[in-house]
Design a protein around this ligand. Structure first.
Ligand SMILES: [Zn+2]
Length: 85
């Protein structure tokens, strides 16, 4: 995951909702994830899970090697405090 990918994800998601008239938040999120993957050169799952510590776990596949890793996003009071890749 990259900050560039996260940025384009949010831009595309809001474009889908505010300009393209998409009313389904999940569809907007899936389209945003596709755009994010194109920027990153990787495929991150649009489906995340929560680990035992309350962190968000995002599976990411490196498209050049096929290797899948989990990116763990640590949060505190709604703010990202650490991203472990
Ligand atoms: Zn999203």
């Amino acid at each position: 995951m990259t900050k560039q990918g996260a940025f384009i994800h949010e831009i595309e998601e809001q474009k889908q909702l505010q300009i393209n008239g998409v009313t389904d938040q999940v569809l907007a999120h899936l389209r945003a994830t596709n755009m994010e993957n194109r920027v990153n050169g990787s495929a991150r799952s649009p489906i995340t899970s929560t680990d035992q510590n309350g962190n968000t776990v995002v599976p990411v596949t490196n498209l050049s090697t096929g290797t899948q890793t989990n990116v763990v996003i640590q949060m505190n009071n709604g703010n990202v405090t650490r991203v472990v890749q």
